[in-house]
Write a new protein. Structure first.
Length: 646
């Protein structure tokens, strides 16, 4: 008998050579139907692998990330079989699972493939799937494995095998197909009920541009047809919400080849949006005890040599700017921190005056290759909602809690309700990798964990993920389409205070090093606006909308009344505009819908006579005729529901 420990800590006895599937069956029929992969003592195993020793077993279903990976990787074998059959003589290389689906890199030789070929490949894949062929792993000797692929004249697999140890090589068979593989497969092909090939792209063997070019075929698969349908709808929706498309339609920002790639230009509506976001954060920061500072866009090269940023960014960055006469060297600012360190250094501090919290919407510039640029999410110049807190080690705990409060306030006001946090700690096995004393690290790590617990965050701890200069806490938010984005970072830093020789006078009258915290709830204004656009599809919270209401007159006769309504709204600080054009009301409504204006106010004869307005919400809901005061109350209460004071 062997003892199997399950994730809940329970221990069950099984006969030697029982499989993960046997274990699943002993738990429930439902689990046995759904289990698709397993991990035994930290190693990926098949659900049919005989277990021969005591150990820890985790069973995965489609609902686990590991389960999905197994599912998609197995489908890449099915696709590889279909490709081999449909394109005789192609050479397969590698076919891993990715975050959303799988790919296979293939040398198509004399054949070529395009999206037009997808339906026939998908049809063959489904046929193979329906055959319910078992995935079976077997060990092969290095010599046999090499023989197998030499016969196929596949230099790629031969190269892979040459780098493996004899005794560690396994093949996976299903139906008539064999592939070199480490394992982690579905019980059989029949579990795959829906497949979709998504795209083809070029890829170099081993990612090296000096090596042969291959064709990467991307696909995805699901255990139910319905799941595929939902996924394709999600992809469609993501296209509609692409911030580059929405930014253009809503006239928020633009790019100009003349100005330069990766350098966004904010249009008036976008600039106003950004200003509202900045003022929102400034107001909260003021209450939280931050002070605004301003620093220049360039700094002497030596500043960044001191901070260490030159070593990090110098080589691959924008090159220094030289003054014509004095031969000085300046760099575009890649980070605000060095400037803020020098602001702190501008006078001596007593421990009684700490913490100091310096905030700046600081624009920084970093070189990105043109191929890497993407809308507002990868740019060459961007503005961080940056702040640096200089405090004593004992104040870390409270400062961390304060920053978490601020970040949660920002998320709540902007409609991000689904988020998790990650605490990154040092690797205790490698203390030499980190700067700062063990005592300080322990204090900081404990402060972060305490703060995360006390604030009720849903967080995971990642050991060994800290930067060399300090532990950190990152927030991951899920947007309306379920995609994860990293937003909001809080980072402890022992390095810069050292490099800039920062100090304060302690209660013992001696000099001490302050601890520094870097934090940015938005991250950068550019990236944040991009994520917010895709999350809300341009339907921002009402307080942030460029225009909150539009007044549509039924005809020119009601122009004066429309103007009167506008004045009243403006007096109540509601952002509105009038559409008095000689167009049909239907057309005016359609355009206002396109521009995502939350409220449409329609005014005609009845409204003028009664002193009312007819209100229609974006999306079509009709609120009927109401008094103007009622409308003002409606707007104000909607705003105060999302935008609470900090
Ligand atoms: Zn495999
Ligand atoms: Zn910083």
């Amino acid at each position: 008998m062997i003892k199997i420990t399950l994730p809940d800590g329970s221990v069950k006895e099984f006969e030697k050579n029982s499989t993960p599937m046997d274990v699943a069956m002993s738990i429930s029929q439902g689990l046995a139907r759904n289990v698709i992969s397993a991990n035994f003592n930290g190693r990926k195993v098949e659900v049919s692998t005989p277990l021969t020793t005591d150990g820890d077993l985790v069973l995965y279903t489609w609902n686990d990330d590991e389960g999905k990976k197994t599912f998609w990787h197995s489908t890449s074998h099915i696709m590889a079989q279909a490709l081999e059959e449909l394109y005789p003589g192609v050479n397969l290389t590698i076919g891993p699972a990715i975050d959303n689906g799988f790919y296979y890199d293939v040398d198509f030789g004399e054949h070529s493939i395009s999206e037009k070929d997808f339906p026939k490949i998908e049809a063959r894949m489904l046929e193979i799937a329906r055959g319910k062929h078992d995935f079976k792993m077997r060990e092969v000797s290095k010599a046999d494995a090499l023989d197998f692929y030499k016969q196929q004249e596949n230099p790629f697999k031969v190269e892979l095998i040459e780098n493996l140890e004899d005794g560690e090589i396994t093949f996976c068979d299903h139906d008539t197909f064999t592939d070199l593989c480490r394992g982690g497969h579905l019980p059989n092909t029949g579990v795959v009920k829906a497949v979709k090939l998504l795209s083809v792209a070029g890829a170099y063997w081993r990612g090296d541009e000096n090596k042969p070019q291959l064709t990467r075929v991307y696909g995805i698969s699901f255990p139910k047809q319905k799941d595929l349908k939902e996924y394709l709808e999600l992809l469609e929706e993501a296209k509609k919400r692409d911030h580059r498309k929405l930014g253009k339609e809503l006239e928020l920002f633009t790019f100009s080849q003349k100005v330069g790639q990766g350098l966004p230009l904010w249009l008036p509506k976008g600039a106003a949006l950004r200003e509202r976001l900045e003022n929102f954060l400034k107001k909260a920061q003021k209450k939280a005890g931050y002070e605004q500072v301003v620093s220049p866009h360039i700094g002497q090269k030596e500043l960044y040599v001191t901070s260490g940023h030159y070593a990090k960014y110098g080589e691959d960055s924008f090159q220094p700017i030289r003054t014509p006469k004095e031969d000085e060297e300046f760099l575009l600012k890649p980070m605000n921190c060095p400037h803020h360190c020098e602001i702190f250094n501008s006078r001596p501090w007593s421990y009684k005056e700490l913490p100091k919290r310096y905030a700046e919407f600081g624009t920084v510039f970093r070189y990105e290759q043109s191929g890497e640029l993407h809308g507002l999410t990868r740019v060459r110049g961007f503005t961080q909602d940056d702040a640096h807190i200089f405090c004593t080690p004992d104040q870390l705990d409270q400062e961390f809690k304060n920053v978490i409060d601020l970040v949660l306030y920002v998320f709540g006001s902007l409609g991000f309700e689904n988020f998790t946090a990650q605490v990154s700690l040092r690797d205790p096995e490698n203390p030499d990798k980190y700067i700062g004393s063990t005592e300080n690290w322990e204090k900081a790590e404990q402060a972060i964990i305490n703060a995360a617990k006390e604030k009720g965050l849903n967080f995971v701890i990642e050991t060994g993920e800290a930067a060399f200069y300090g532990p950190k806490l990152d927030f991951m938010v899920k947007d309306a389409l379920g995609r994860s984005w990293q937003l909001g970072t809080i980072q402890v830093d022992y390095n810069l205070p050292e490099r800039f020789d920062l100090s304060y006078i302690g209660s013992d009258d001696k000099h001490h090093r302050p601890v520094m915290i870097h934090r940015a709830p938005f991250g950068s204004m550019e990236r944040f606006v991009a994520i917010l656009l895709e999350h809300t599809a341009g339907n921002f919270p009402l307080w942030l909308m460029p225009e909150q209401a539009i007044i549509l007159s039924i005809s020119e006769k009601y122009e004066n009344y429309a103007q009167k309504v506008l004045n009243l709204l403006e007096n109540n600080e509601i952002r509105a505009l009038v559409d008095n054009r000689n167009e049909t009301i239907g057309k005016k409504i359609r355009e206002a819908e396109m521009n995502k204006i939350p409220y449409m106010i329609i005014v005609g004869e009845n409204e003028e006579k009664e002193g009312t307005i007819a209100v229609r919400k974006h999306g079509g809901e009709d609120l009927g005729s109401i008094k103007m005061e009622e409308f003002v109350n409606l707007i104000n209460s909607e705003i105060s529901r999302t935008l609470k004071s900090f």
